[in-house]
Design a protein around this ligand. Structure first.
Ligand SMILES: Cc1cc2nc3c(=O)[nH]c(=O)nc-3n(C[C@H](O)[C@H](O)[C@H](O)COP(=O)(O)OP(=O)(O)OC[C@H]3O[C@@H](n4cnc5c(N)ncnc54)[C@H](O)[C@@H]3O)c2cc1C
Ligand code: SF4
Ligand code: SF4
Ligand code: SF4
Length: 402
């Protein structure tokens, strides 16, 4: 039995662990027509060993969501790094970055996600030094190419101790593999609260638009969520030749319009069980959305710790943060945890078709989506424009009053 078996219970998350564990190199990872990473099996090379299916989410009937009644044993905190300059470089409150630094110093090989301007994609890579983990900073809101990072894990799990950072689907796969080879206890797994990942066609088209605007120059850095307008807003920023050469205004935010439309996310994201279980991770980090930090502009992390290993690790970095006690109930209020999406199948098909078409633009896909939305969505878009043009301090004041 391999991952193409008809008994699959659900869709592929694009985690790529199946390809990494295959000793026969029978599985290759490529983008499918809709822009999602998929494994392709070469039947001539497959020995039917079954290992790929053993690490795969599609066949696991035993995944249970962690209900809020089970939150005993999960320690939850708010955390904001004490360094203002570091907060500008990270997406939330900087916990993932501090964990990567601490784990590197403790001798772990850290696997995390960087953006590669040569391949125009996010990638899971291995870091052995503090400097190498700097590139993990900042969420890249696209599916990463994970094969090489996971292949390194598979090849070296017996000799090195690993810390893996990723989305819940990556961490589930890493947990399954490390448990199979009896190395789970030696490793630390850190995942993220997760909304889902959009088709790579969204990023490819968006990136091409930015390249045109900056004269096809090399990107020094891509900030998928720049804090230029504070922590709670979603603006893409790109550094070229050491200066900020592009910051998306509301008229250029097609990337996030499509991301939050929920219509062009990977199939598996719609009813993903992994973002709603804490069973495979040591620590989950995310944004501390909700009332408590509504007016914060620098960024606050939500940290949920499930294991003794995670507790010890967080204790060793806690001194770098302003922290507060919280609960799963509080941090998931504005999260996709426990939720499912129901995209309109016809609209999804039309939007993905538009993204695939070289003659269509991102604006065409966004217009398709907006044409089906009501007054509330129009009002929200108008507010975004107002927010963009008003001075930052004034919008903060207005938000506080509202
Ligand atoms: C696709 C995606 C969806 C997300 N959805 C939510 C959400 O709904 N709610 C929420 O609270 N938080 C979400 N997050 C997490 C959030 O954006 C921050 O990554 C998290 O709070 C960590 O920020 P930080 O300040 O602690 O550290 P940072 O220094 O900003 O660390 C970022 C970490 O994310 C990892 N990473 C970056 N890009 C990816 C990627 N594409 N895939 C896997 N790992 C990656 C890096 O390796 C690093 O460890 C999402 C992240 C991604 C990538
Ligand atoms: S879910 Fe992961 S392991 Fe399963 S087929 Fe997809 S990429 Fe492979
Ligand atoms: S069954 Fe074994 S050989 Fe075949 S694709 Fe899966 S891991 Fe590779
Ligand atoms: S929603 Fe689930 S399948 Fe989709 S990216 Fe997040 S963890 Fe992976």
């Amino acid at each position: 039995m391999n991952i193409t078996d008809k008994s699959a219970l659900r869709g592929c998350t694009s985690c790529q662990m199946c390809a990494a564990v295959c000793h026969s190199n029978a599985i290759t990872i490529r983008l499918d027509g809709d822009g999602f990473y998929r494994p392709y099996v070469d039947a001539d090379k497959c020995t039917d060993c079954g290992l790929c299916a053993k690490v795969c989410y599609k066949f696991d009937g035993g995944i249970k969501m962690t209900s809020l009644d089970d939150e005993e044993g999960i320690d939850v905190y708010s955390a904001q790094h004490l360094s203002g300059s570091l907060l500008k470089k990270v997406t939330s409150g900087g916990v993932a970055d501090a964990l990567a630094k601490e784990l590197t110093e403790q001798g772990y090989a850290c696997i995390g996600v960087v953006y590669n301007d040569d391949t125009h994609r996010a990638e899971h890579v291995v870091a052995h030094t503090l400097a190498e983990t700097d590139a993990f900073r900042g969420s890249k809101y696209i599916q990463p190419y994970s094969f090489d990072g996971f292949k390194y894990l598979v090849k070296n799990a017996r000799t090195e101790k690993f810390a893996v950072f990723g989305l819940p689907c990556h961490i589930y796969a890493a947990h399954r593999y490390l448990s199979l080879c009896k190395k789970r206890d030696k490793c630390v797994l850190i995942d993220l609260f997760c909304h889902g990942c959009p088709s790579m066609h969204v990023w490819v088209k968006y990136e091409q638009n930015i390249k045109r605007l900056v004269g096809n120059k090399r990107f020094d850095e891509v900030q998928f969520r720049s804090k230029v307008k504070g922590w709670g807003n979603f603006h893409v920023a790109v550094m070229v030749d050491g200066v900020k050469a592009f910051v998306s205004s509301p008229g250029q935010d097609e990337f996030y319009s499509l991301f939050f439309s929920d219509h062009v996310l990977n199939d598996a994201c719609a009813s993903c069980k992994l973002r709603s279980t804490m069973a495979y991770t040591d620590i989950r980090v995310g944004d501390f959305w909700g009332k408590r930090f509504l007016n914060d502009t620098k960024g606050v992390s939500a940290v949920a710790i499930t294991s003794e290993r995670g507790r010890q690790l967080f204790a060793s970095i806690k001194g770098q943060f302003a922290t507060g006690k919280s609960s799963m109930r509080e941090v998931i209020v504005k999260q996709s945890y426990g939720r499912e999406y129901s995209p309109d199948p016809e609209l999804r098909k039309a939007m993905l078709g538009c993204l695939r078409d070289n003659n269509s633009s991102l604006k065409d896909a966004v217009s398709l989506f907006y044409s089906k939305q009501g007054v509330a969505m129009k009002a929200k878009r108008l507010l975004k424009w107002i927010d963009w043009y008003l001075p930052f301090d004034l919008t903060r004041l207005l938000k506080r009053i509202v």
